[in-house]
Design a protein around this ligand. Structure first.
Ligand code: NAD
Length: 267
């Protein structure tokens, strides 16, 4: 049985992972980490050690982290020092943070996934395929999330863009357009436009549009509950516990990486 240390256990994602793991036989929560000031401290779950970050011990197989950039980077250091595998679901990390994650993956196995939903990862694959088949189409990516979400566009929207530009052998920074306002917003050939919607309790929706002359393809994934991310995170934890050091994504976890590599390599 795999044991995990769950960071941010009382957060929205942490709670969804808690709920899901309680139904699983193959994985258990060894330590649930919450802020010391949290009102659920020491009463979050039955049969689990609920602790604050300072009391974390390296006796779990995998650290599962859905918190915020500052906490995640501190946890990365801890995992590297103690050779613990990690699932990082936190979004909004800086370029510098991502470089640190790459470096740490020389020592430990890390699944780094802006979105752990199986359907979203299928969306990445379909977006790569559409970019290959419709290279001249105008690409627009639209995402919608609940009103608590701080970062925009979502890590998933950026990841969809990243999969598209990798297929087209471009750099996202060269083609991404994050806002349009005023009288000087004419679309340039090759731009990838990002649009953001925030409101209510939307769990997460992403659409990649490939717009040609006279027709368009829209690839849409809608999460109805966070449970889908929680299930993917648990799948990732079970998988990464068996892996050698390296940086992996959900396509690795789902066994789809080589299919995407094939799509990207096709002339
Ligand atoms: P949330 O605010 O509900 O939960 C975050 C938890 O982390 C809270 O319990 C908070 O107390 C804890 N935390 C954050 N910083 C901390 C710190 N410095 N010290 C101690 N505790 C700290 O947020 P959420 O909706 O659960 O999302 C968490 C992260 O996961 C966000 O970055 C979000 O974008 C991301 N997310 C990823 C996926 C995915 O599939 N990868 C899905 C949903 C959300």
């Amino acid at each position: 049985m795999i044991s995990i240390a769950l960071m941010g256990a009382s957060g929205r994602m942490g709670s969804a992972i808690n709920r899901y793991i309680l139904q699983c036989d193959s994985i258990r929560i060894n330590q649930a980490i919450v802020r010391r000031s949290n009102r659920y401290f020491e009463q979050l779950l039955d049969n689990t050690s609920v602790i604050c970050r300072e009391s974390l011990t390296p006796n779990s197989d995998v650290v599962v982290d859905f918190t915020g950039p500052e906490m995640t980077m501190a946890n990365l250091k801890f995992c590297q020092e103690h050779h613990m595998a990690m699932v990082i679901g936190t979004t909004g990390l800086s370029e510098q943070d991502i470089i640190q994650i790459h470096k740490a993956s020389a020592d430990i196995a890390i699944v780094f996934a802006a979105n752990t939903s199986v359907a979203v990862n299928l969306t990445y694959l379909l977006a790569s395929l559409a970019a290959k088949v419709m290279p001249d189409a105008d690409v627009e990516i639209i995402e919608a999330h609940h009103h608590h979400k701080k970062d925009a566009p979502s890590g998933t929207a950026l990841a969809i863009g990243q999969h598209i530009v990798e297929t087209k052998k471009q750099a996202l920074d060269d083609v991404a357009v994050y806002s349009r306002h005023g009288n000087d917003c004419l679309r340039q050939q090759g731009d990838i436009g990002f649009s953001t919607i925030r409101g209510g309790d939307i769990a997460g929706e992403h659409t990649a549009m490939f717009i040609g002359e006279g027709e368009r393809v829209e690839i849409t994934q809608r999460a109805i509950t966070r449970d889908t991310f929680a299930q993917g995170a648990v799948k990732a934890a079970e998988w990464v516990a068996q892996q050698k050091p390296g940086l992996y994504g959900m396509l690795d976890v789902l066994g789809l990486k080589s299919l995407e590599a094939f799509i990207k390599s096709k002339q």
